[in-house]
Design a protein around this ligand. Structure first.
Ligand SMILES: [Zn+2]
Length: 294
């Protein structure tokens, strides 16, 4: 079923697990993600950023395709604009039929972030969509922004932020970063801060920069209150490695078969990740425990 992120993330919040939010730019990725969710009886979120949309996965093509695929499965699937930066991108996503939007004004000061998020959250809610926001700033791994503690999310400020904006979930900065970390580097996450954020906010929290954070960090982040984990780089990497290997083994491989190789490799990765973060089996309709959907 095609839904917003709201109910699935509150279900994850109440039951202490996390849902994957996976970046997707084409049909093979959409199929891999939705089939994995169905097979694992798990909710899932499909993400796309404005940059990815402009470069390849155009929203007007992807949204109806994803919606069509989602409506054929029994598990909840959301389609979320990742890191919407301006109103133009956000209203375009709404027009295309996304079920959720993120407004990322985390590089602005607190008041401006509140103002922008309030506007987008009220627009989104008016259309039955969910809205994600970010406070504190999750930077890029290659720039080592993730070690700048002054960019981490402050729990008291975050409380004020969610009360004023009414965003459905909040991306917090606790030490992860976007993209690939330097080889051998495992980020150190501020779990005390995460624990305090969860106690203070009592709502779904989001971890960006999940790729390369290491399984131990991910498991602990979920245990301490993360309910949505964004994964992009790791998924693309699995597709690339499987494709390169298939080409090396058989340079004459048919293009369609190559697409299927990538899709299967992504499925394997996604399904094992879903088990790690505890979303597998939550939507087993023989013994249904999930929330009601309209
Ligand atoms: Zn992000």
């Amino acid at each position: 079923m095609y839904v917003s992120m709201k109910d699935m993330l509150w279900h994850a919040h109440k039951n202490n697990y996390a849902v994957m939010a996976i970046n997707c730019v084409n049909m093979e990725q959409a199929k891999a993600i939705i089939q994995s969710a169905e097979e694992e009886k798990s909710a899932v979120i499909i993400n796309i950023s404005p940059r990815q949309m402009k470069a390849h996965g155009h929203g007007d093509i992807l949204a109806p395709m994803i919606k069509g695929m989602a409506e054929k499965v029994s598990v909840p699937v959301a389609f979320n604009l990742d890191h919407g930066a301006d109103l133009e991108d956000i209203t375009a996503a709404m027009k295309y039929g996304f079920s959720s939007v993120m407004i990322d004004s985390s590089s602005y000061d607190f008041e401006e972030n509140v103002r922008r998020t309030q506007l987008v959250a009220s627009l989104a809610h008016g259309m039955g969509l969910s809205c994600e926001a970010e406070l504190g700033h999750v930077g890029m791994a290659k720039e080592a922004d993730n070690e700048k503690v002054d960019l981490y999310t402050d729990p008291q400020q975050a409380k004020e932020f969610v009360e004023q904006t009414e965003c459905d979930c909040l991306a917090v900065a606790i030490g992860t970063a976007h993209g690939s970390y330097p080889k051998g580097f495992v980020p150190k996450l501020d779990f005390d801060r995460l624990k305090l954020l969860k106690e203070t906010l009592q709502r779904p929290l989001v971890l960006h920069g999940g790729s390369g954070a290491g399984e131990e960090n991910i498991r602990k982040a979920v245990a301490y209150g993360i309910n949505k984990i964004n994964v992009c780089t790791d998924l693309f990497k699995h597709a690339r490695i499987a494709t390169a290997k298939a080409l090396e083994e058989n340079p004459e491989i048919d293009y369609m078969d190559l697409c299927i190789v990538a899709q299967d490799a992504m499925k394997e990765f996604i399904k094992s990740y879903m088990r790690v973060i505890g979303s597998s089996g939550r939507y087993d309709f023989d013994k249904y425990e999930g929330p009601e959907f309209d």
